[in-house]
Ligand binder design. Structure first.
Ligand code: THU
Length: 124
């Protein structure tokens, strides 16, 4: 499944609205029941209003009634290799602390989880 949702994340990155950072990020989130929600990052000239691809994918899914997630893939074809930001890690932890996380670009994909990316997470 990793390859398929990574491909969907790449496809979603094409819709990225990122005129300021030029980071074209795409995310594909798979629910426990098999639906896939995709998203890209969406920026704003008032920079702080920009939103990451991962959070848009989670918010799309949750607002359509899905709260349990199995995997998320995040793609960005940038020269700087990045991992999901802290805010997105915390939002993923809210719904699925055991979610599998894949992130990368065309040459490298890292497979990880929130135990590694958000140790000692805050969760009520
Ligand atoms: N970005 C994401 O979409 N996901 C991340 O995990 C890190 C950062 C976006 C936000 C902004 O539009 C651009 O990448 C640069 O920070």
């Amino acid at each position: 499944m990793k390859k398929i949702i990574m491909e969907k994340a790449k496809e979603a990155s094409k819709n990225s609205y990122s005129p300021y950072s030029k980071f074209k990020v795409g995310a594909a989130l798979k629910t426990k029941s098999g639906e896939i929600f995709t998203a890209s990052n969406v920026e704003n000239s008032s920079y702080g209003l920009s939103m990451c691809a991962e959070r848009i994918a989670v918010f799309k899914a949750v607002s359509e009634g899905f709260r349990e997630f199995e995997e998320i893939a995040i793609y960005c074809d940038s020269e700087i290799f990045f991992s999901p930001c802290g805010a997105c890690r915390q939002v993923l932890a809210e719904f699925s602390p055991h979610i599998k996380i894949y992130y990368g670009n065309d040459s490298k994909t890292i497979e990880t989880n929130l135990d590694e990316l958000l140790p000692q997470m805050f969760n009520l």
